[in-house]
Design a protein around this ligand. Sequence first.
Ligand code: FES
Ligand code: FES
Length: 410
Amino acid sequence: MSMIHLTINGKPVDAACEPRTHLADFLRETNNLTGTHLGCEHGVCGACTILVDGVPTRSCITFAAACEGASVTTVEGLDDDDITSELRTAFSREHGLQCGYCTPGMLVSARDVVLRMDAPSEHDIRVAMSGNLCRCTGYVGIVRAIQGVIADRRARGIAAVAGGGRTRLGPAGSGNASTAKEAAGASKAAAVAAVKPAGQPRTAARKDDNWKPQTTFEQSFTVAHPTDVVWDFFGRVDEVAACLPGASLNGAPEGGPGGDEHVEGQIKVKVGPISAEFHGAADITRDEATRTGVIDGTGKDKRSNSATRGQIRYAVKEAETPGETRVDVAIGFTLSGVLAQFSRSGLVQDVANRLIGVFVQNLEARLAHQAGGGDADSAPVAAEFNAGSLMSSVIVGQVKQFFARLFRRG
Ligand code: FES
Ligand code: FES
């Protein structure tokens, strides 16, 4: 057990919790705030959405212990909030709820939409609310209720607050969502949600050594080619990108060989019904002496309004089998926005493992092509990464693991 100190609905709370306790359980069981509902407990349905430092956050995939010093606002804390009370009335009027199970999370997300978006179209609202699932009412009434509140507030001269008044963006709980208390139209609860003690970590700039990724994992693979060849290949960024499914560069890398390089480009990823195209940039550093490299990148997917920041560290060394090369890769990243629900490490790691598997196949094919005298221009190029079938293999893999564990236990 460890002690945590945070603010919940404007009141300071000091309480003990297990490191594994997620914030939703902490709110419901330790603080009796049962307005926060739990549906999937996997970060998908949005029923557990609350505000952490003013940012809508899945409390089922947020550890309570990670919220030390944070300001947490649950649906109970929005009782006197102007936007939420208008939404409550509109939800009733438009039949935006039936059983009400999804409603606390819906209200928290809808409040954020009303606060941030000036004149969103129906499509914009549907995209913004796509992280909240309703199993019984459907979405027509919910969307209409949100549209009604926005239209009404704008007609009364209450403007949207760009970015919700956040001067810096998440991740939620990082203290980077500092909301201007005086933000136009922001209610008392918005101010409460914005409270954050000084001295908390802030959004890191690129290449900031203090940046800590939300999710990290390591991978190793062996390539059936000599170490010198593989190390040289990793120095040709355009060729490495050509092996990465869905990745393309906007031009030649800037910078000198052996030194820092800067590239801009995009990567398309399709996972089940979700397709994203992250546009961004990366800085690449290589150390010839240790045969290690670091890639620092940031990207944004406009459609889902999601952003990612990541770092890949790699080390190229001789494998146990002569003539082969082992590559150790450490990946760390932070995903924010609508796609953040996929940050849960198990699923992301499964997808990443398969992505790296495809990368290695492409790498082998390209190196074999070059060893056979082919040039880079005629080498095979990786196709877009479509994980439609991959998702089912991920799920099948996880089911297999579950049964394996079960039988081992038996
Ligand atoms: S309970 Fe479904 S997202 Fe948290
Ligand atoms: S009102 Fe029943 S789940 Fe949304």
